[in-house]
Write a protein that binds this ligand. Structure first.
Ligand SMILES: Nc1nc2c(ncn2[C@@H]2O[C@H](COP(=O)(O)OP(=O)(O)OP(=O)(O)O)[C@@H](O)[C@H]2O)c(=O)[nH]1
Ligand SMILES: [Mg+2]
Length: 461
């Protein structure tokens, strides 16, 4: 697996987002600050400059316009926006090859040493084993000594035929012979491996164009080393001037590449990344999964899933209603109950803490029995034992009313007092945001965090 890929970017983004975490609101300046860091990280991770620029501009637009849910921290939202955009830019799940014509042709192109020949064998093995295809391998590399033999040997290892080698034959002639041979021999797919070339080599690029015209392949796969850095844009563009590409295969993803190439190649070619190469062996090939790669780039899958979970469970309508109330002057206990219910829906405090990075240490300090949903449920039970009027105006709660509520909810009077204190703290905190609310910053309030602030487990027995 690609465990170490993108490691450095991951570390950097983690530190950026830990700075954002714990803040109540996220201003445009915050977004800019975070994106500046992301920009640097992407550059340091070898994403090509022009690609970084585009990515940042797009993410910024989304981050500022994003609907910020009350129960999520702004940092979480930014993580999610960056993650979603990364997935989007990286493209869809792939691993499909367009096999067009009989025989279907696949043309492999790329720089010297990028992994074309190895990938040719990997694809052949895959087509043979997964799709039951009869594959013919053809090397058009007459330039490097023993290149044709290299492919033939690889073919033998995986039990796939290769076109017989005729010394001195030119690539176009070999290609012609291969097509005839494949038809006669009843092959389903012909994979054409080509000589590695530099885009500066006009003669070789011209040959590539002629080959593509002759073969008219359903797939022209651009094989690129994941270690490619700032050159990625020029290399890809150089090839695109000569041939039209249909897909990218990224090799050496098992190495310590910083991963920028995935993003660069994808954006520059506009082609899907179809496979990734994960080693020298013939079965070290996997379909490309953008989510998996994005997970590795950000390494914040936990936050992403928390955000997704919250978005599913939080009732948008009630959140909006609450926001409106806040604008008009404060929350009452019914609103507070609503918040508690939402927390319960999300799996209670324990789940929440497990999902929040940096919570690990705090968690150790909280007695285990307080981490369960009982507290939330008990608070809810007390609020439910109140009358409508009491919920609206908690100051009505005198000693005898408190006793009644405690009895009704199976709690003690001091529990009721703690609940009221918690509510008061939260109420104070949210009032501070009242002005912001009026300025249209409403969506960026963080009810849940304020709720947690008021919730002081240390004082609960
Ligand atoms: N670790 C690792 N090595 C790879 C991968 N793909 C190819 N290689 C190695 O990279 C080297 C070059 O691979 P080739 O397949 O010969 O590359 P090529 O593009 O055909 O090279 P030329 O024909 O000379 O242009 C070989 O040693 C391969 O074993 C990969 O995904 N991971
Ligand atoms: Mg080769």
């Amino acid at each position: 697996m690609v465990k170490n890929m993108f490691g450095s970017l991951t570390a950097k983004l983690s530190s950026i987002f830990s700075k954002l975490r714990g803040r109540g609101t996220l201003s445009e300046a915050d977004v800019d600050a975070a994106l500046r860091e992301i920009r640097i990280s992407l550059l340091e991770s070898d994403v090509a400059l022009s690609v970084v620029k585009t990515f940042i501009a797009e993410v910024k637009e989304k981050a500022i316009g994003a609907q910020i849910l009350s129960s999520l921290s702004p940092g979480h939202i930014v993580v999610k926006v960056v993650y979603d955009h990364l997935v989007e830019v990286l493209g869809s799940d792939s691993g499909e090859l367009k096999l067009q014509g009989l025989p279907a042709a696949i043309l492999m192109v790329g720089l010297q040493g990028s992994g074309k020949t190895t990938t040719t064998a990997k694809l052949a093995k895959r087509l043979k084993e997964k799709e039951n295809k009869r594959v013919l391998l053809v090397s058009l590399d007459i330039y490097r000594p023993a290149a044709q033999l290299q492919l033939e040997i690889l073919g033998k290892n995986i039990g796939v035929d290769s076109l017989s080698i005729v010394e001195g034959q030119k690539p176009l002639d070999i290609a012609n012979r291969a097509i005839t041979q494949a038809r006669v021999g009843g092959y389903d797919v012909v994979i054409f491996d080509t000589a590695g070339r530099l885009q500066l080599d006009a003669e070789l690029m011209k040959e590539l164009r002629e080959l593509q015209t002759l073969i008219s392949p359903g797939e022209t796969l651009f094989v690129a080393d994941s270690l490619t850095g700032q050159d990625a844009v020029n290399i890809a563009k150089g090839f695109m001037e000569s041939v039209s590409l249909t897909g990218v295969v990224l090799t050496r993803v098992d190495g310590d590449a910083k991963g920028g190439a995935a993003l660069s190649m994808r954006q520059v070619t506009g082609c899907p990344i179809k496979f990734i190469g994960l080693g020298e062996k013939v079965d070290a090939l996997e379909p490309f999964h953008p989510k998996r790669i994005a997970d590795r780039i950000l390494d914040m899958g936990d936050i992403v899933s928390l955000v997704e979970k919250t978005m599913e469970t939080v009732d948008m309508a009630s959140a909006e209603a609450m926001a409106k109330k806040l604008q008009q002057g404060g929350l009452d206990l019914s609103d507070f109950a609503l918040q508690l219910e939402q927390m319960l829906k999300m799996g209670g405090l324990a789940t929440l803490m497990n999902h929040m990075p940096g919570m690990e240490q705090i968690k150790g300090q909280i007695p285990a029995h307080l981490m369960d949903d009982k507290i939330l449920k008990r608070n809810l039970a007390m609020i439910r034992s109140m009358t409508k009027e009491e919920r609206k105006s908690p100051e009505l709660l005198n000693a005898s009313r408190k006793r009644r509520i405690a009895k009704g909810s199976g709690t003690q009077v001091q529990d009721v007092n703690r609940l009221l204190k918690m509510y008061q703290d939260m109420s104070d905190a949210t009032k501070k945001f009242g002005k912001l609310a009026k300025l249209g910053q409403l969506g960026k309030l963080n009810f849940l965090k304020n709720g947690l602030k008021g919730f002081n487990p240390g004082r609960m027995k």
